[in-house]
Ligand binder design. Sequence first.
Ligand code: NAP
Length: 251
Amino acid sequence: MTERRTMIVTGASRGIGAAVALGAARRGWAVGVNYRTQPDEAEAVVRSIRNDGGEAVALAADLGDEAAIVAMFEAADRQLPPLGCLVNNAAGVAPRRLRLTDLDAAAINALLAVNVTGAMVAAREAVRRMATAGGGAGGSIVNVSSLAARHGAPNLYIHYAASKAAVDTFTHGLALEVAADGIRVNAVRPGLIDTEIHERAGMASRVEKVAPRLPMKRAGRPDEVADAILWLASEEASYVTGAILDVGGGA
Ligand code: NAP
């Protein structure tokens, strides 16, 4: 990278997002470490980056809140170099195994507000800053989808799976919409990754239960997803747009 630019990573206080933030800093990006409820975790990621000589700030925002997303981008404008990449990683999950008949509109909408609307609003803010037509220097967006978009997650969380299918279609459409504006838009679709998301979804032992049934007989690590995201964000992927890369160990 010639001039340092900023990557904003949503949901970067832990899990895959934290791995992306740390890996991005090692590759020379200044990093906006977004979090919602855990400032201590986000600050720990920021400290780790700064201790290694990198540049990072923690950025609070609930991705379900448009005004908060806009304020987060404005805070990044003030504190960090120009934006070069957005990683749309934050996601809501179901609090436990649910069937469609357990769901009401409020629960469905709360999840869609973060996973779909929030991702689109964040992408809009990124496009406004990066589009060459508006005087920006171009850049890229990487959306974090899920293999659930393919298998549908029956008896688990079909609304979450459907939200990730929306992310896939959004990736494809936006990639075409902004291709001539110097912005590439891609997605990764992780399979089973060993993070706290499973505990959040009320299935703390999911990794040990499911991993033996996977082709590689193990879950993925956050850094293995981060490496795919960071490649898509890099100049090495300069002719890749609209791609959806499965990172699921063959699942
Ligand atoms: P995780 O360990 O639970 O971390 C989620 C992160 O997102 C945290 O930093 C959390 O911060 C943040 N977050 C959640 N809701 C937010 C909101 N409304 N606004 C802002 N930040 C929010 O999850 P993960 O496993 O790393 O998942 C990261 C991404 O990978 C998600 O898009 C997920 O759907 C996808 N994915 C994961 C797996 C897997 O097996 N782990 C598989 C497929 C796809 P707070 O705690 O502060 O809210």
